[in-house]
Design a protein around this ligand. Sequence first.
Ligand code: CA
Length: 159
Amino acid sequence: MRRPPAPQRRRLPGHRQRRRHSRHLRLRRRGAGSGAGPTGAGVSVGPGTGLGAANAVDGSEATRWSSDYVDPSWLVVDLGATYSISRVRLSWEAAYGRAYQIQTSPDGSSWTTVYSTASGDGGVDDLTVSGTGRYVRMYGTQRATQWGYSLWSFQVLGS
Ligand SMILES: [Ca+2]
């Protein structure tokens, strides 16, 4: 059964604390003396749980998230606070999205599309976008393979 994309907070075990540069919105694990934001941050997916949502935001290109094998599927990142978002970088595994949208939201329920494609070809999609929000998601509507949507990493940059 499909479920609505209600935010489902999850800790990000093993997430690294270092930043590549100051404008990179690294997702930070709550607590651990890391200077995490007041509300923390998390990642959620739907429908179902797929494989390791936290793997998309763990800072490693060797671990991956995969959705269930169904359209639509999505991965939502909670930045923990509102940011101006300028760039989203997706690193796809062999199971990639043919058609998907990048969307932002202030509340995790109403979404604004800032990027859309119906001809995704996998690899790395380094997207320049313009938006504002606390939540950013990849909303996949057509898988390129019989498998799911699988990302080595999903990065959001902004200020
Ligand atoms: Ca990863």
